[in-house]
Design a protein. Structure first.
Length: 318
């Protein structure tokens, strides 16, 4: 009996070791094969705003990521997805210029990372980055783009851009030329007329679904709360007053959650039940950068980013 007991125990131990090794190998395989590639595309002024330095997949090289905080990146990656931030965009570039840059950047990264094209792509586009995303999707031939999530993208046009270019018509003749020192074409394209023209020309395969989410934050009623992260900053309070209605200080909920009749028919899905409780800058920037500019309770921004971005990445999933 003693001999048989030893044999049984040895076989049990060997079997347990194999199970543990198998689990480890499975975990490594899972870690090496992301469930999805989540691509973050920033908007206007992107390259003027620092994000974070991180090690990028797959070669782990160090690079500066514009615009999006590490809290955002890590909150998505923890679910088994891999994140890529599009870089090299022009701060004031128009939709076509930055759309082409985004297409090339994403194509190069995806081919190097997933040569078998076996990992689906979800694109998250912030503000004008949403329009770059739509341009990219309309011109991508071989990329397995599954969906696009637009957040704080003024699909009906920017009330602020309409106000500025409506009251300062000379801007069109002075600053709208390619190669000029003050090239503001990217801002001019946010007007209602030019966004409508852009959307009318889009031809995106119907397999790609498009979801829209808005941000909303209120103005502080007390002067001493003006710089609290939970409320619009003094600057965004001013722009929100010009916009009117609910907004994140730059883009109204009305514009972010709708599109002109006849455009993106059957593909465009507004998501009013999901509201980002952050102002336009807080939606993307590192909380420490905001703290440097005087924002109080800045860590609250980090908490909100970590809570909302996994939701954005999984919109439409069943």
């Amino acid at each position: 009996m003693g001999y048989l007991s030893v044999v049984v125990n040895i076989r049990f131990a060997i079997g347990l070791v194999f199970q543990i090794v198998g689990c480890l190998l499975s975990f490594q395989a899972f870690a090496a094969s992301p469930r999805e590639a989540v691509v973050l595309i920033p908007g206007t002024l992107n390259s003027l705003l620092p994000g974070s330095i991180r090690s990028n997949f797959p070669d782990r090289d160090r690079r500066l990521n514009d615009y999006f905080s590490m809290d955002i990146v890590e909150s998505i990656e923890v679910n088994g997805d891999v994140v890529h931030i599009v870089n090299g965009l022009s701060p004031m570039g128009d939709f076509a210029q930055n759309g082409e840059t985004a297409l090339q950047d994403l194509g190069t990264w995806y081919e190097a990372s997933f040569p078998d094209h076996d990992v689906p792509i979800t694109i998250l586009g912030h503000c004008a980055g949403g329009f770059y995303s739509l341009y990219l999707a309309a011109h991508a031939q071989d990329l397995p783009i599954r969906k696009i999530v637009l957040f704080s993208t003024p699909m009906l046009g920017s009330e602020l851009a309409d106000f500025v270019f409506g009251h300062l018509p000379l801007l069109d003749s002075l600053f709208m030329k390619t190669g000029s020192i003050f090239d503001l074409r990217g801002l001019a394209e946010l007007t209602t007329t030019k966004i409508n023209t852009f959307l009318e020309k889009l031809d995106i395969t119907p397999q790609i679904q498009i979801y829209a989410v808005s941000g909303k934050q209120s103005r502080a009623q007390a002067i001493y709360r003006q710089f609290d992260a939970e409320y619009l900053s003094p600057l965004f309070s001013l722009t929100a007053a010009l916009i009117g209605g609910e907004s994140d200080g730059m883009v109204s909920r009305r514009s972010a959650l709708a599109t002109r009749a006849g455009t993106l028919t059957g593909q465009f899905h507004p998501m009013p039940e999901i509201s980002i409780p952050l102002d336009h800058a807080e939606q993307v920037l590192d909380y420490r950068l905001l703290a440097l500019f005087g924002t109080r309770h800045a860590t609250w921004v980090s908490d909100q980013q970590r809570a909302i971005y996994p939701v954005l990445a999984k919109i439409g999933d069943r």
